[in-house]
Design a protein around this ligand. Structure first.
Ligand code: ADP
Ligand code: MG
Ligand code: ZN
Length: 625
């Protein structure tokens, strides 16, 4: 709006000058009589002219009544008579082209006619002659700059300025109540907000406040939403930017923006800086200086790193950030003193999904038959954004059918639609896959429970996470370990194979889901034989040489094995045998617990996550049976 006004005023200015020019010319022209030089010479003799102004090209002056009379009488200027009638006793101006006339001045002097000389141009015309084109040029220039800048936000003039938006509490209106299913993340964020509101309390106890908080999680889990909710809850200024805001076509702009952002933050402290989608600037810097190309982004990243280092949390500024792809972030960003606190914003569990649905149906009129729990159960692996989508889709469907409330059938249809979209992107398991994963994970858990030395099972989940892992079984060690015995490693092998064994036991065939388990198991087995000398057949011998740095490896031909081909074969056989034994062991364990396997897997299918007491109780039955 403001920009528009300014643009117009410049055009008005140009118009104004043009108008003056035209008006001036018009006024002059009206009374300006062209007189031939021969007439002019006669007019001098008649004293028909006075107050002459002589320039290099023309002579102007006023016509006396005698002059006017002469011109009219000779019929020289027909319009002159009309003018005289109209305006009465004015003395019209005249102009004539100056000719070479040596004794002009002496004749003027003889008649006592006053004259002055003047340079060709008046100050006004000379001023206008350069000012006007310039004004027009400036106008055009400004217009294009505005046009260019309009898309980018601030325009050229504000290029180095950060585009941080300030949100204050009552502006965003998003609070933690609008974010569901990520209770742990909210808990941690609350703590940080509390610090900002009451820094003294924490510092007096010597507590150290994290400088940077990184929200990590798959897309659509609500990271951006959490960021905005923090703004709503904190009651301190909140500077929000997206990583791509720093990436500009102009060199040096990103770094300048970072500098400006931190300068602003310092002014507003205590406050929160939120950089969404950090990966846009935080990508690991390229190793090879030859490839180059990303220097601009690196400058921005370096600037960010140095600003974070130079920052003192005691001033009460906390830098929050969010990313879907922590793995591509530059390691320097995650070092202590930078984003040293990482908060996982994970895919929601069954309960979490129900809570998220509750948030989103707040403004929706629901029919009586709608059961959010059932909807949550039908949407494993979906994230908050998907669920919001389902609610919206269902409401639209109901509206299209002119219903007064959204019914369960609309939801079912909406789920199918959204699911179809997601299946294309490979993000949702079908029920059969889910069942396989449930048995697979239960297999791990039961074997872990049954072998003597395995770490206790902490959590079993069939909520897919990341690429490849469809579920997981989390074992937490009860103590730190520096050494592992042979039987511990064998137990670990059995646990790793438990997943595959369970699948085969129940479905009579293997799936691809065990690939990572097999990889890890083989790796352990190979190390046991080649490195730790744990094979009875081969004896306490190691076959592994210390690894050389990669670049040396590349330059030199691979060294010959220092053992025979026959030994190599034996090593392979031993590795296979070790894995086989572990497999058989797992099979024995699970075959004897088929009932429990079914029971736990079924519970897992229902709840998707088993942990804590519930898991312990279920598994305790196992120990008894
Ligand atoms: P991210 O930044 O993690 O990719 P967003 O915060 O942009 O995800 O989420 C997109 C939308 O999905 C949100 O605006 C909100 O409507 C919905 N949403 C996502 N997660 C949640 C959640 N945990 N609770 C409520 N709504 C959510
Ligand atoms: Mg986001
Ligand atoms: Zn597995």
């Amino acid at each position: 709006m403001k920009n528009n006004l300014r643009r117009f005023s410049i055009w008005y200015l140009v118009l104004f000058f043009l108008a003056i020019l035209v008006a001036q010319n018009y006024l002059e022209l009206r009374h300006l009589q062209n007189v031939s030089y021969s007439d002019f010479r006669q007019l001098i003799e008649l004293q028909g002219v006075r107050d002459l102004v002589i320039t290099t090209d023309i002579i102007t002056g006023k016509l006396t009544p005698a002059g006017v009379e002469f011109l009219i009488k000779n019929g020289r200027n027909p319009e002159l008579a009309a003018l005289m009638k109209q305006e009465g006793a004015v003395e019209p101006h005249f102009t004539t082209i100056r000719l070479e006339d040596k004794d002009l001045l002496s004749r003027l002097d003889a008649q006592g006619i006053a004259y002055t000389a003047r340079l060709d141009r008046t100050w006004l015309t000379s001023l206008l002659s350069w000012l006007l084109p310039m004004l027009i040029l400036i106008g055009v220039w400004v217009y294009f700059i505005r046009k260019l800048g309009a898309g980018a936000g601030g325009g050229l003039m504000s290029i180095g300025k950060s585009k941080a938006k300030f949100y204050v509490e009552d502006e965003t209106k998003v609070t933690f109540k609008d974010v569901a299913g990520v209770d742990e993340a909210i808990e941690e964020l609350r703590e940080i907000i509390e610090f900002l509101q009451n820094p003294g309390k924490f510092q007096s106890l010597g507590g150290k406040i994290p400088k940077g908080v990184l929200l990590v999680g798959p897309p659509g889990t609500g990271k951006t939403l959490l960021g905005r909710a923090v703004a709503g809850e904190a009651g301190v200024p909140f500077l929000s930017l997206t990583g791509s805001d720093f990436v500009e076509m102009f060199v040096g702009v990103g770094a300048a923006r970072v500098r400006d952002l931190f300068a602003q933050a310092e002014e507003k402290a205590p406050c929160i800086i939120f950089i969404d989608e950090l990966d846009a600037i935080g990508k690991a810097r390229s190793v090879s200086p030859i490839t180059g190309g990303h220097e601009e982004r690196e400058n921005t990243l370096n600037q960010l790193l140095s600003e974070m280092d130079g920052f003192d949390t005691r001033k009460g500024v906390i830098i929050m950030s969010a990313t879907n792809r922590p793995e591509i972030l530059d390691p320097a960003l995650i070092r202590p003193g930078r984003f040293d606190r990482q908060i996982l914003v994970d895919r929601p569990s069954l309960k979490g999904r129900e809570d998220i649905l509750k948030v989103h149906v707040r403004g929706v009129k629901l029919a009586e038959d709608v059961n959010l729990n059932t909807i949550a159960a039908r949407t494993p692996g979906m994230v908050g954004a998907d669920l919001a989508n389902i609610v919206n889709e269902a409401a639209l469907l109901a509206a299209r059918k002119n219903k007064s409330a959204v019914s369960m059938k609309d939801f079912e249809e909406a789920i199918d639609r959204v699911m179809a979209g997601l299946e294309k992107r490979n993000r949702v398991m079908n029920p059969r896959e889910k069942e396989i994963v449930a048995y697979h994970e239960t297999g791990h858990a039961l074997v872990a429970q049954s072998v003597p030395t395995a770490d206790p099972v902490h959590r079993v989940s069939i909520i897919p996470r990341g690429i490849g892992a469809l579920g997981y079984t989390l074992q937490l060690p009860t103590e730190d370990r520096y050494l592992m015995t042979k039987s511990e490693l064998e137990d670990r092998l059995a646990v790793l194979l438990g997943g595959r064994v369970a699948e085969e036991l129940v479905f009579q065939e293997a799936s691809t889901g065990a690939q990572n388990d097999l990889y890890r198991a083989t790796d352990i087995a190979r190390s046991m034989i080649r490195e730790y000398g744990m094979s009875e057949k081969l004896g306490p011998v190691t076959f592994e040489r210390e690894r050389r740095p990669l670049f040396l490896e590349a330059m030199m031909p691979p060294s010959a094995k220092d053992y025979s081909e026959a030994t190599a074969q034996e090593i392979d056989q031993e590795v296979t045998a070790l894995v086989r034994r572990a497999y058989d062991r797992a099979q024995n364990i699970l075959a004897g617990k088929r009932e429990v396997l079914d029971q736990v897997a079924k519970t897992l299918l229902e709840k998707e996550i088993l942990e804590g007491d519930e898991l312990r109780q279920l598994l305790a039955k196992t120990a008894a049976s």
